[in-house]
Ligand binder design. Structure first.
Ligand code: ARG
Length: 459
């Protein structure tokens, strides 16, 4: 391993297996832009209190700026077997600037440094993820708009329940995603706090201007307790839990895509760009991307549990265990972001199949509840109306007919108040339009849901 940041009090080197075991560079190297930025801001604070001269600060600023350019061009080419990204940056800078590179670490610790880096990265990633949520919402809203009046079977227990508009079904996912967006917004606020200046855990002795550093790094506030500052990982837990909930939503939508696109159901065809063939069964068009989105939810949920377990019962303050927080966090970021992006692009490739949907609407006596409600409007107590309707459904089933195919005389045998207007009530379209309260499936209600979302996003 390259020269350590902590060699002084040690007489022998680290056991080779232990050295390998403790390296975090493989995963924390992605933090380099943030760590460089942090070092610039910290150097400025050191200059302000006189630890560095103006000239030294200028040289460090220049050296770090050049390093950023070089790392952008070939990160791996610059890294050696450094312990972590902080060690690598300090090593390279010292190779290039001599002793000045070694001056930069005064007043900070990798303990406050790592968590400041991670907070910076996560803030950027939350912006990206919220953008991806917004794109998916937009795809769903667009699809809802273009299928605004399509009738669709609404299910409970995966059994025909009540007819709805397809657009209403799609907008249900929009509501879920709007909540996800709010959750990520709250996580952003929680993450937007700068711990730098907490030092190893007790604070720093140099009187560093923490507010200045925080402002330079784009934070809106600073942490208020140095011990909590270096050990707090709550914002990661909040992020991973928001991500687990969001992923769970995606898994539900993905599951619907898988079911709807099966030839057994046939409600939708997914575009070629998001399906794959089988190496053996030539007829297959598999919804692999939807399946993967569904499957990856397990990783995202697992990452949350991983982090909770990591942090459980850790004494204050920094413990090396905390190095393990990053693989779970980074994997969550990547997985959720790509799942959202794939989904946002998959939705516009869907072609809904009117015939199959209409056929499904003819099964399961999907407007039976309307009949019960009709009887209630005639003054029959609901429980009794439910019972009578059940008998009519049984009659239809026994005779192999739809509710609308039962003659008026026969219907009147079940209840004398049933009259000709029942057939309109039993029609799918009328049943939908009757659900005209706020949040219901009537066309104007769905249109106002769509409008509300469009207004929120300014579309
Ligand atoms: N690689 C470490 C991490 O990810 C950085 C902090 C190390 N601090 C220490 N005192 N060993 O947490």
């Amino acid at each position: 391993m390259s020269a350590k940041l902590w060699g002084g009090r040690f007489q022998s080197g680290l056991d080779p297996d232990a050295a390998k075991f403790s390296i975090s560079l493989d995963f924390d190297k992605v933090l380099y832009p943030y760590d460089i930025k942090l070092n610039i801001a910290h150097s400025r604070a050191l200059q302000k209190v006189g630890v560095l001269s103006a000239e030294e600060y200028a040289l460090l600023h220049e050296g770090l700026t050049q390093l950023r350019i070089d790392m952008d061009a070939d990160l791996d080419g610059l890294l050696e077997n450094d312990e972590d990204i902080h060690s690598a940056i300090e090593r390279i800078l010292t190779e290039r600037l001599g002793d000045l590179g070694k001056k930069m670490h005064a007043g900070k610790s990798r303990n406050d440094q790592i968590i400041t880096d991670v907070r910076m990265l996560l803030k950027d990633e939350i912006v990206e993820i919220r953008g991806a949520i917004r794109d998916l919402i937009r795809s769903l809203v667009t699809s809802a708009e273009s299928h605004i009046e399509w009738l669709f079977p609404g299910l409970t227990h995966f059994q025909p329940g009540q007819p709805v508009l397809l657009s209403h079904h799609l907008m249900a996912y929009v509501d879920q995603l709007m909540r996800d967006d709010l959750r990520f917004e709250a996580v952003y606020q929680e993450t937007d706090v700068c711990p730098l200046g907490s030092g190893a855990m007790a604070g720093n002795t140099y009187g560093l201007d923490r507010d200045m550093v925080a402002a330079e790094l784009g934070f809106s506030r600073i942490t208020t307790n140095s011990m909590d500052g270096v050990s707090d990982r709550d914002f990661m837990l909040s992020f991973c839990s928001a991500a687990a909930i969001c992923s769970t939503h995606l898994s539900r939508l993905a599951e619907e895509m898988v079911l709807w696109s099966s030839p057994l159901v046939g409600f939708v065809k997914i575009g070629d760009a998001f399906t794959t063939g089988s190496s053996i069964m030539p007829q297959k068009k598999n919804p692999d991307i939807a399946e993967l989105i569904r499957g990856k939810t397990g990783r995202v949920t697992g990452n949350l549990v991983n982090l909770l377990q990591l942090i459980k019962a850790l004494p204050l303050t920094y413990n090396r265990d905390l190095q393990e927080d990053k693989p779970a966090l980074f994997d969550t970021i990547d997985t959720v972001k790509t799942s959202l992006r794939c989904f946002a692009k998959m939705i516009p490739t869907l072609t809904f199949q009117r015939d199959a949907i209409d056929r499904a609407l003819q099964t399961g006596y999907i407007t039976a509840t309307e009949l019960a409600d009709y009887l209630v409007r005639k003054g029959v107590p609901f429980r009794e109306a439910h019972e009578i309707t059940g008998k009519i459904v049984l009659h239809a089933e026994t005779h192999g007919v739809q509710l609308t195919e039962i003659g008026l005389n026969e219907l009147q045998n079940f209840h004398s108040d049933i009259s000709e207007d029942i057939y309109k009530v039993l029609s799918v379209a009328d049943s939908i339009e009757a659900k005209n309260g706020v949040g219901g499936t009537a066309t104007i209600q769905v249109q106002s849901q769509i409008k509300r979302v469009q207004e929120i996003f300014g579309w």
